[in-house]
Design a protein around this ligand. Sequence first.
Ligand SMILES: Nc1ncnc2c1ncn2[C@@H]1O[C@H](COP(=O)(O)OP(=O)(O)O)[C@@H](O)[C@H]1O
Ligand SMILES: [Mg+2]
Length: 401
Amino acid sequence: MKVAILSRAFRSYSTQRLRTAALDRGHKVKVLNTLRFGIDLSGDEPDLQFRGKQLSHYDAVIPRIGASITYFGTAVVRQFEQMDVYTPNTATGIMNSRDKLRSIQILSRHDIGIPATTFVRDRADVLPAIERVGGAPVVIKLLEGTQGIGVILAPDRKVAEAIIETLQSTKQNVLIQRFIAESKGRDVRAFVVGDRVIASMRRVAQGDEFRSNVHRGGQVEAIDLPPEYEAAAVRAAQIMGLRVAGVDLLESDEGPLIMEVNSSPGLEGIERATELDIAGAIIDHVANQVAFPEIDVRQRLTVSTGYGVAEIAVLDGAEMIGQTITESGLRERDITVLTLHRGVEVIPNPRGNRVLEGGDRLLCFGKLEEMRSMIPKRRKRRAKVRKLPDEPIHDDGADAS
Ligand SMILES: Nc1ncnc2c1ncn2[C@@H]1O[C@H](COP(=O)(O)OP(=O)(O)O)[C@@H](O)[C@H]1O
Ligand SMILES: [Mg+2]
């Protein structure tokens, strides 16, 4: 394959290791400075310029986009996606993971452990927010900090409030997070490639520092992750849309908690700690996947008017229960079943002779109008107030009207 590494740091350890690993495997590889691209939307098809000239054909790109150039860098990656060039990390995935709030918002709807976190704006809401995550000591984080900068442990409520006010007065967005005391000074970096954790290490802070970042003097050691931690890391990367990711977890009394997912994880620390060829694993994965560039499935399937994707639930008592997919008549109504979700099992492309059960969920493509009546009612939020009794309450028995 011919692969481009998008990086501004030609000489950095990670870039050089990826480049060498690609060459060793007989691939063509170029390191291209992300900031020298021109996104060209003037012709018939999406195109890219590099250093002012039309870019030649590439099979794949490996983006290494630094936090300071997220907007431009993800625009370049998105353009490669439009040109059907494979990228293990999508522009959306990179953007979503970059923001500490956005990433855990996305993870929070899935069954994945995250530290209790709140985000508020008004002064009056700060103290209740601190209490909601378990009270002081509490962790305060800038949304886009890296290397431990902008992560503060506030010992008590008053200090926490003062820090938050100070940061907000300089127009910085901060989130308030439960301090996971039992993991004080330690975290785990799981390196995900494809759907596997290929290496992991623990970082341990020095002295009384609570942040374990290597840039803060944290020491690293290779570890074998328990399966529960591996599963959490892989799922977090998948949910974010990243096939190459450094997933940071805290070891809490309740199991793994995902702290952040990094889309351009450094290779030096993890390769030194584990003595594994991480760069080679990334290149092998990319070479395997080159034939499958990212497609925004939902968007593509929704282009024909009136058609779209929806999840249909086989509700208890539904006529479909006990029928095969063919007998259910979905096909006649112009509805195709893409996957069948049964409990934790996912059956792709289910056959027509598969019998439907109550509780099944069918991911379908078809006429939206036909599917409307079959979409499950949205889950209502639990009311916190007691319901009024059906009968109006009168203390004198008089008619309320
Ligand atoms: N909620 C928390 N409880 C305990 N320790 C934490 C918590 N959040 C962060 N830390 C520590 O601080 C370090 C830096 O936090 P992190 O959110 O990863 O910021 P950065 O992006 O700057 O690395 C983590 O590696 C961990 O050691
Ligand atoms: Mg971190």
